[in-house]
Design a protein. Structure first.
Length: 367
């Protein structure tokens, strides 16, 4: 392994004022039974990271943390030409870079959940948002502790930072819930599921299982609360929210395309991913040329069987089922090459309130 990588400190751009609406509500009765059930489920499934996780486990960052056979990059002819030491270093550092995004993203989720709790007008929704805030704090804690064990932390990707900043700056709790509970949490839920299936580290597997269970509730909150609310809105207001949803998805899509990568992790516009390549002695332009070569040869870069595609199987069905795909924005999605997938089978299974185990049963995993 190379010397530990440390993330850069926050800059002046990371501090900004944000005027959010404050909403008091003096009707403390249950407003919606589904919301109340979600709140009850959140209370019942709180967990203590000190009691439930064995932090004494040794984590050797020089050994693979994921099953390399499931890596999409291993299919590239270019990757196979690298030395074994370069391949090993890339697997270690690319995994660390992804874990760093988990950590940074959870801090963003912590701030957005707190914002929802004081701006959403519904009393039961406030209670649930408070449990989500606690969940996100715990997620920041566990990923920070795990990243500290491997002593490698990469900066937040520009795509993820832009997405969360736009969400926090939106000024409306509905947009914050769209940006976080549907887009960012959808992105994360898929990534957590895939990490759970790939990791060979018992501690990381247990962390990811617990976090994934929480995230399934968070995604469900977006649907449970926003669905009925949007159904009662004036068309102009719905279009405003639909535009925000499109813009949020487009941040992800354009990051992938302009960066020349296959997914949010691999992007030439992401200084962190470029740093991964340089740390491993891989010339970035050669790597991205290798991606292009693989595409031209017809070598698929799709996810391995059983893994979840966040955009197709989680985010787009979530938008469609709450009415955020309008005829106008459907055409906009079509213009950028995104087909609207309304099949919520995987999404419903992963957030099924009847059983948290469903999030694993859908993928055929066991714990």
């Amino acid at each position: 392994m190379n010397d530990p990588v440390k993330a850069a400190p926050a800059t002046a751009d990371d501090y900004y004022e944000n005027a959010m609406q404050i909403a008091w509500n003096f009707k403390y009765d249950v407003s919606d039974q589904k919301l109340q059930d979600l709140y009850r489920r959140a209370k019942q499934n709180q967990w203590d990271s000190d009691a439930q996780l064995d932090w004494e486990q040794t984590v050797d960052p020089s050994r693979p943390l994921v099953n390399e056979a499931q890596s999409t990059y291993c299919r590239m002819p270019f990757f196979k030409k690298l030395s074994q030491s370069q391949q090993d270093a890339f697997n270690a550092h690319s995994t660390a870079q992804l874990l760093s995004q988990f950590l940074h993203g959870e801090q963003g989720a912590l701030m957005t959940a707190a914002a929802v709790s004081h701006s959403v007008p519904d009393a039961t929704a406030k209670l649930y948002a408070a449990t989500q805030t606690m969940d996100e704090a715990r997620h920041v804690e566990v990923y920070a502790r795990y990243v500290d064990k491997i002593a490698i932390v990469y900066p937040m990707s520009p795509m993820l930072k832009a997405l969360i900043d736009a969400t926090l700056r939106s000024g409306r709790f509905e947009k914050i819930m769209i940006g976080m509970n549907m887009v960012v949490e959808g992105l994360a839920l898929g990534a957590f599921n895939n990490m759970y299936r790939q990791t060979t580290c018992p501690l990381l597997k247990q962390i990811t299982f617990n976090v994934m269970r929480d995230e399934a509730r968070h995604v469900s909150f977006g649907h449970t609360y926003l669905g009925p609310l949007i159904a009662k809105m004036h068309r102009d207001d719905v279009e405003d929210l639909a535009q925000f949803a499109f813009d949020a998805i487009n941040v992800i899509v354009q990051s992938q395309r302009t960066g020349g990568g296959q997914g949010p992790a691999a992007s030439r516009t992401d200084p962190g991913f470029v740093q991964v390549l340089q740390t491993c002695g891989i010339e970035p332009e050669d790597f991205f040329a290798g991606l292009q070569e693989a595409a031209e040869l017809g070598i698929t870069m799709d996810l391995p069987p059983g893994q979840v595609h966040s955009l197709k199987q989680l985010m787009m069905p979530a938008m469609a089922r709450v009415g955020l795909i309008t005829p106008r924005t459907e055409k906009m999605f079509d213009d950028i090459g995104i087909r609207i997938n309304r099949d919520a089978t995987v999404l419903n299974a992963m957030e099924d309130a009847k059983s948290d185990q469903n999030i694993l049963n859908e993928a055929g995993a066991s714990f």
